[in-house]
Design a protein around this ligand. Structure first.
Ligand code: GDP
Length: 297
């Protein structure tokens, strides 16, 4: 489970802080040094760690905190609040147009990140909220991608628009939105093609889709288990295509959690949801405060 190691380390540091009636500056510095190590071991981006410890230190080393009634507890609260801030403070919501106006999400990401599965998970959630989603199969390159989307769509009870694998993804995206308009759907989720690595052709195709249809949210699906690589991927997609936020998959299998703590700070884009398993109901809204509570135990 994500953050298991980080959680254990931070809890040890804080147990010591709590046990002291008063704190010296040296106590706080020593504790923050351990917090820093724990964050680095959790694979949090080093720039993020540096800024984080600097901010916490500035807030924690001061007369108000150290002469307070319960200084250990106050330092823990500062760390908690900074973790929440690092992850974006409030939960981020995907935009949804009212009534029958069509909202379009473009799901993008590298192959294997969990894009197709996540598109179906998200469509299932929207359906449960009373929306009428349509999944559109724009991945014409990966063998069996269309079929996989159809199978997952059927499992969550959401229709899938496909034109096979002979058509251009831009034409499929346009046709999917037209079909949605004509048939009373109000959310279209475009499942685009991924590659094993970022390449120019892939980026150009995504930009072309964005130009051809009105995309309300460009949602990057990234694999949390790849750690800092996930952050690098997010940065690149942000530069080349533009993203509105991220869905971080496989957080159930990532014991470190560094990507979840770095993406907002590095890319400036929020995490909308996290994938917590292979089953189609395993998609959770991302709440920075709950995540910080989970980390601090
Ligand atoms: P795509 O190539 O990006 O479309 O990736 P897929 O949707 O085919 O997913 C790749 C693999 O990751 C599949 O085996 C999925 O079941 C798995 N997967 C997707 N999301 C999650 C998740 O949140 N947790 C776990 N454990 N596995 C996931």
């Amino acid at each position: 489970m994500a953050f298991d190691n980080l959680s254990e380390k931070l809890q040890n540091v804080f147990k010591q802080l709590r046990s002291k009636g008063s704190l010296t500056e040296a106590d706080v510095r020593a504790a923050l040094k351990e917090v820093k190590m724990a964050l680095l071991e959790a694979d949090v981006n080093f720039k993020v760690v540096r800024q984080f410890t600097k901010t916490v230190q500035e807030k924690a080393i001061g007369q108000d905190v150290m002469n307070g009634l319960n200084p250990g507890q106050m330092v823990i609260k500062i760390v908690h609040d900074e973790l929440v801030s690092l992850m974006g403070n409030d939960k981020a919501e995907l935009p949804l147009k009212p009534g029958n106006e069509i909202t379009v999400y473009m799901m993008i990401g590298l192959q294997g990140a969990g894009k197709t599965t996540t598109a179906a998970k998200l469509a299932g959630k929207l359906k449960a909220k009373g929306r009428k989603p349509l999944l559109a199969a724009c991945d014409v390159y990966r063998p069996a991608a269309v079929k996989q989307l159809e199978v997952n769509g059927a499992k969550v009870g959401v229709d899938v628009f496909s034109m096979g694998d002979r058509k251009n993804p831009v034409d499929i995206a346009k046709a999917a939105v037209e079909h949605a308009k004509a048939s009373g759907y109000n959310v279209v989720l475009l499942d685009t093609a991924g590659r094993l690595q970022i390449d120019e052709q892939m980026m150009d195709e995504l930009v072309a889709i964005r130009q051809a249809v009105t995309v309300d949210a460009s949602v990057l699906v990234v694999d949390a288990m790849t750690g800092q690589e996930a952050v690098h991927v997010a940065q690149t997609f942000q530069e080349k295509v533009g993203i509105d936020g991220v869905i971080l998959t496989k957080l159930d299998g990532d014991t470190r959690g560094g990507a979840a703590l770095s993406i907002k700070a590095i890319c400036g884009k929020p995490i909308f949801y996290v994938g917590m398993g292979e089953k189609l109901e395993d998609l959770e809204q991302f709440y920075p405060d709950r995540m910080a509570n989970r980390i601090l135990g």
